[in-house]
Design a protein around this ligand. Structure first.
Ligand code: AMP
Length: 395
């Protein structure tokens, strides 16, 4: 179990604290922020540092400016929104490094907050260039990482800076580690994992790691068809990873050897075309018509999966059960989101599509934890130590 130093373990009074946050917010065509959940997600950490007299220097990326200054990706709207949220001016530097930025950091008083410009205005950021990381590190005295969503990337501000400064994690990463870490190391049982999404190949690491930990693994989404193929079922025109059929067969065998119940959907919503308004038929999984494709799990599968989820003590979910972008094929995903909301155990939703489903249904407050990072939570569930967390000092 990781035992990383957190902001609660360090004295930040009068210290310049460089904090990597994830302010990569969605914006409309006028540059207005359409959802500020990521900014609000960092407030616990920012408030803690302000209240304890730190001189807070925030850093984030926004979009993909490809290593060059581009006003479209400026963090100006973020600085304004943050200022409104903390009820205090937030100084926005017009650069990431350099003398002018250093001067701004030296003018900070205890409890002040400033924001560096988009760190991806430098191509050295994503290359984790050591010289660039060193220049950033010189702006502060302590490094705090609180950007879980980018913790699976080793970039200059998510990892490199930690080579030059004492470091700690913020509240957001601490919460992710506490809840997801407990779920996969000492879960209350039954422990159920639900995995969906398009491809087996994207989830293979997670499946292999979870097979050693869970009691039940529920599979859905496009990846189910590669398993069916391994079982000798016909799958019609459904999505298939032909080169992963053998692997899927091995996973089925391994699950059996380990005593893990690996369930596949028993029925499917099929249609002749990949279209929302294509005519839908419900068929048993072993009776897929060869001129149709499976686009969602069927009602029998929804009932079986929902009961298992509702009776679980720990549930981890990553990936939709069907092509949920099309409302007619979102029913399986929504049914599971509903079951998650009724489960009395610890419920954890990895970021991305499954998180969106839970939020769309208004169930977010009935879920124990919705991860703030899709890719990062997937890598965490694979049992990997994320680079942005590995670099942080132990307690
Ligand atoms: P992932 O990013 O791996 O979680 O996969 C999410 C994608 O899987 C979504 O865009 C879904 O539309 C897609 N998906 C889920 N079920 C199916 C299916 N039965 N056939 C094709 N694509 C699917």
């Amino acid at each position: 179990m990781l035992n990383k130093r957190s902001i609660e373990d360090i004295d930040v009074k009068s210290k310049k604290v460089l904090v990597r946050v994830d302010f990569n917010v969605p914006q409309n065509e006028n540059g207005e922020i359409t959802d500020d959940i990521r900014i609000r997600g960092a407030l616990n950490t920012i408030n803690h540092l302000m209240q304890n007299g730190a001189r807070v220097i925030l850093m984030s990326h926004l979009g993909r400016p490809k290593g060059k200054f581009n006003a479209k990706y400026s963090l100006k709207p973020v600085a304004e929104r943050l200022s409104a949220l903390i009820n205090k001016p937030v100084v926005l530097a017009d650069d990431v490094i350099g003398e002018k930025v250093a001067e701004l950091t030296n003018n900070l008083k205890d409890g002040d907050v400033m924001l560096l410009e988009n760190v991806r205005f430098y191509e050295q950021e994503e290359k984790n260039d050591p010289e660039f990381a060193k220049k950033i590190a010189e702006l502060g005295e302590i490094y705090v990482n609180d950007a879980f969503g980018t913790a699976h990337r080793a970039h200059a501000t998510t990892a490199g800076v930690a080579d030059y400064l004492p470091s700690a994690i913020g509240y957001l990463i601490k919460k992710e580690l506490d809840i997801m870490g407990k779920a996969i190391t000492t879960p209350e049982r039954p422990f159920v994992a639900i995995l969906g999404g398009a491809k087996v190949s994207d989830k293979i690491g997670v499946i292999e790691n979870l097979l050693d930990k869970v009691d039940t693994l529920l599979i859905g989404g496009g990846m189910a068809f590669t398993f069916y193929k391994a079982m000798g079922y016909e799958i019609g025109k459904s999505i298939l990873e032909a080169d992963k059929v053998e692997l899927a067969g091995n996973i089925l065998k391994k699950a059996e050897e380990k005593g893990v119940k690996l369930l596949l959907p028993v029925d499917m919503a099929v249609a002749p075309e990949f279209k929302n308004d294509a005519p839908i038929t419900m068929v048993d999984a072993d009776k897929m018509p060869n001129d149709q494709l499976g686009l969602d799990i069927g009602p029998k599968s929804m009932a079986i999966y929902s009961e298992i989820i509702e009776n679980a003590k720990t549930v981890v979910w990553n990936g939709p059960m069907g092509v949920f972008e099309m409302p007619n094929f979102a029913k399986g995903t929504f049914a599971l989101a509903d079951a998650m909301s009724k489960c009395k155990g610890a419920t954890i939703v990895g970021g991305g599509d499954s998180a969106a489903a839970v939020e769309q249904l208004g169930f977010a407050d009935k879920i124990t934890h919705i991860s703030t990072g899709g890719g990062a939570s997937l890598e965490f569930l694979e049992g990997k130590v994320l680079p942005g967390i590995a670099v942080i000092n132990e307690k």
